[in-house]
Ligand binder design. Structure first.
Ligand SMILES: Nc1nc2c(ncn2[C@@H]2O[C@H](COP(=O)(O)OP(=O)(O)OP(=O)(O)O)[C@@H](O)[C@H]2O)c(=O)[nH]1
Ligand SMILES: [Mg+2]
Length: 232
């Protein structure tokens, strides 16, 4: 069987400080392709990506979720690894994500809550929310996840093409929905323990309340449709 091919996906929005600090540490030979999807940065992110001859696409619709969806619609490899250049992802886990995807895993998550990992980026609210949402998403199937919200993950793109994925994709729910669909379908999932360091430079663009509400709605809709056996 041929090894699955992998694209490293780097979503960026005014992330030049982290980009310069972290990109040089990435072993680019691990991947078949690298794609930067940019949300209209004005801080030198685009120029830095171009100076490394990286394939860069400027997204059409606003927001991180739409950026990732647009990237997935143009990626031609079997799998994608999402990596945030804001300092939250350590490069150390990249070889193992690649290894697990190559052995056939459908979803590989770098968990901030699988011991001995520690998140240095969480607040009390995000730590509580991430664990609570992960608990409920875990009840959709047999796999016991410890982290379903992190951006740092690799997965087979087929997951984002299932009909139920499209049905439940409203708002910024991309990552928890990938986990939920994979768990609900009983796909092959693995977790790797990995610290989440604090952000380097730039600013967070995530709205905790809006994201939280969208995830609650997404999970409730999935439960209701699952109970009435209308999931797919
Ligand atoms: N293309 C694109 N990238 C984005 C957008 N918003 C954020 N990003 C990038 O996606 C990554 C994660 O964004 P963050 O704002 O840190 O969001 P987060 O990691 O979920 O939240 P934090 O807990 O604050 O770190 C960073 O590398 C951002 O530059 C967007 O609208 N478009
Ligand atoms: Mg971040």
């Amino acid at each position: 069987m041929n090894k699955k091919t992998i694209t490293l996906l780097l979503p960026t929005l005014n992330e030049v400080v982290g980009f310069k600090a972290i990109f040089p540490k990435i072993d680019t030979n691990l991947f078949d392709k690298i794609l930067v999807i940019d949300g209209g940065s004005t801080d030198g992110t685009v120029e830095y990506a171009k100076s490394h001859n990286l394939h860069l696409v400027t997204q059409k619709e606003k927001g991180l979720g739409p950026a990732v969806m647009e990237a997935i619609s143009i990626i031609e490899t079997d799998c994608v690894i999402e990596f945030s250049l804001d300092g939250n992802c350590l490069v150390e886990q990249l070889p193992m994500i690649v290894e697990n995807l190559h052995r056939g895993d459908d979803l590989v998550v770098v968990s901030r809550y699988l011991p001995p990992a520690v998140s240095y980026d969480d607040t009390f609210v995000t730590a509580f929310g991430n664990r609570m949402f992960t608990f409920f998403i875990g009840l959709l199937g047999q796999f016991n996840p410890t982290d379903t919200l992190t951006i740092y993950r690799g997965f087979d793109i087929k997951i984002a093409k299932y009909p139920e994925f499209k049905k439940f994709l409203y708002g910024p729910v991309f990552e928890p929905l990938i986990s939920a669909v994979a768990i609900n379908r009983g796909l092959k999932i693995s977790e790797i323990s990995g610290d989440e360091p604090a952000r380097i430079g730039g600013t967070s663009k995530m709205s905790v309340i809006y994201n939280g509400l969208c995830i609650v709605l997404c999970i409730v809709r999935m439960y209701v449709l699952k109970i009435f056996k209308l999931m797919v």
